[in-house]
Design a protein around this ligand. Structure first.
Ligand code: HEC
Length: 443
């Protein structure tokens, strides 16, 4: 076998006319690797973005070539957590086997730069508003300080709108002023005035996390995630109506960088005169009876929800904290058929994207949605914040634990929006009741 290998290698070298030519066939940065990095890495790995160093030039890539090869092979970079890839979700950050092989072969060949003429231009990333100047910009009142060290921070900024009449929103962009610390931003709608009161109680325009926003959301707007573009999907009939008395509450998730940082995010709203055909609807699931003993591996909680009216699914989002291990959701149709909605086998608190399905699909009335969350509270979990492990219960801090699953979409029939909402609200209140009961029992 070995001899055969050497013979063919020698034969190959002889017919190619020496090793120089063999090296010519190796992938080069300019021709093969740069296009991959520019398309899949540079959106986050450039100055003032969330990536810890730029990946824009040959030098940038050569310095970290081995690490890049290792992390891409192990699918750690680009960050993408669901088991399903681009066949199921839009904008999936996944490299093909061919791209992975090119990176690996390039590193093994000694990372040749290649010819200048082969280098594609560096892509232009819009640094400000992706769709041009918004019709309305609302901004957090003061720069918010994120300390150099410590746990991740969730903060709720209240942005009162004070609209005197209904406005119809066709696109939204959340724009942090400092993208090095901003991991995610979710604008939540409050029609109850509760968020204003909470902020006032905390002496300003923002308040901390209470394991959630502290009120029952009227809805959500598209949020901020690193490297994501604001787009208008012309095939989506849904829109957002912002009525009188609605405030936007921007929930920001910050990840300390080792240096004191400030952020003062803005939200840009693009309006349309046309009343949207349909409203965004959600299904929210949780099981907050969470009490995880130290050393527990595979500790689970689950929730089920029976779909009250035909529902069209468009996206899915899951939530846990640091020692989360696995998040899973699937639907069981009345026919008994199962549909996977989301499976994240190696949960990472730092990457909580909303995953948009390539094609919306209908879950008929009577479908049962299952959500399941699993934790690993052992010493073996590298993300465990406690050594030795401690008992962890449900709570607001990132070192406490939580569960969450939100499915976004719309009811198939406009007339059933209210029925759907009542059922979702009932489920939410029921989850709260169960969590409180569990808490009482613990005390
Ligand atoms: C969506 C944003 C994003 C994209 C896209 C992305 N990265 Fe990263 N990358 C990060 C962040 C943030 C970190 C810091 C570690 C973390 O928070 O997970 C990181 C860390 C790294 C590291 C260092 C890891 C360490 O342990 O120090 C390497 C190497 C890397 N990325 C390479 C790549 C390559 C190669 C690509 C493209 C194939 C890529 N990244 C795409 C955001 C991104």
């Amino acid at each position: 076998m070995t001899r055969y290998f050497y013979l063919t290698l020698l034969g190959g070298l002889a017919t190619c006319g020496g090793s120089l030519h063999a090296k010519d066939n190796a992938p080069t940065f300019n021709k093969d690797v740069a296009p991959i990095l520019f398309a899949h890495c540079t959106s986050c790995h450039r100055p003032d973005e969330v990536g810890p160093f730029p990946l824009q030039t040959y030098e940038d890539a050569r310095k970290r070539g081995r690490q890049i090869a290792r992390l891409t092979q192990r699918k750690i970079m680009p960050p993408w957590k669901p088991t399903a890839g681009p066949e199921v979700f839009k904008h999936a950050r996944v490299l093909t086997e061919k791209q992975l092989a090119l990176i690996r072969d390039w590193v093994e060949a000694g990372m040749p730069e290649g010819e200048a003429k082969d280098l594609p231009p560096l892509p232009k990333f819009p640094s400000g508003w992706h769709l041009g100047k918004p019709d309305l910009i609302v901004q957090v009142a003061k720069p918010y300080k994120i300390p150099a060290e410590g746990p991740d921070i969730y903060v709720h900024f209240v942005l009162p709108l004070d609209f005197q009449q209904e406005k119809y929103v066709k696109a939204v962009q959340v724009l942090p002023s400092n993208r090095r610390v901003a991991h995610h931003g979710v604008p939540i709608l409050d029609g109850s005035g509760t968020a204003r009161r909470l902020a006032k109680k905390h002496g300003g325009d923002h308040y901390p996390n209470f394991g959630g926003p502290g009120f029952i959301p009227r809805g959500f707007l598209p949020g901020y995630a690193p490297g994501q573009m604001t787009r208008i999907d012309e095939t989506d009939p849904r829109g957002i109506t912002l009525g009188k008395g609605i405030d936007i509450v921007l929930q920001m998730h910050y990840h300390p960088t080792g240096k004191e940082e400030y952020d003062q995010p803005q939200i840009g709203l693009y309006f349309t005169d046309k009343k949207p055909e349909r409203n965004i609807a959600i299904i929210g699931m949780a099981n907050n009876d969470v009490d995880i003993p130290p050393g527990a591996r595979g500790h689970k909680r689950s929730d089920t929800f029976k779909v009250p009216v035909d529902f069209e699914v468009r996206d899915v989002w899951a939530h846990m904290h640091m020692i989360g291990k696995e998040a899973k959701a699937w639907a069981e149709l009345p026919t008994g058929k199962k549909i996977d909605l989301l499976h994240i086998p190696d949960w990472d608190f730092n990457w909580q994207d909303t995953y948009t399905f390539q094609k919306p699909f209908v879950l008929p009335k009577g479908t049962v949605i299952h959500a399941e969350w699993t934790w690993d509270n052992t010493e073996d979990n590298p993300r465990n914040p406690f050594h030795p492990p401690r008992r962890i219960i449900w709570g607001e801090g990132s070192t406490d634990e939580m569960t969450g699953l939100i499915i976004g979409g719309q009811t198939v029939r406009a007339s059933e929006e209210w029925l759907h909402w009542l059922s979702v609200l009932g489920h939410y209140l029921d989850a709260e009741r169960k969590a409180n009961e569990a808490k009482r029992k613990r005390q």
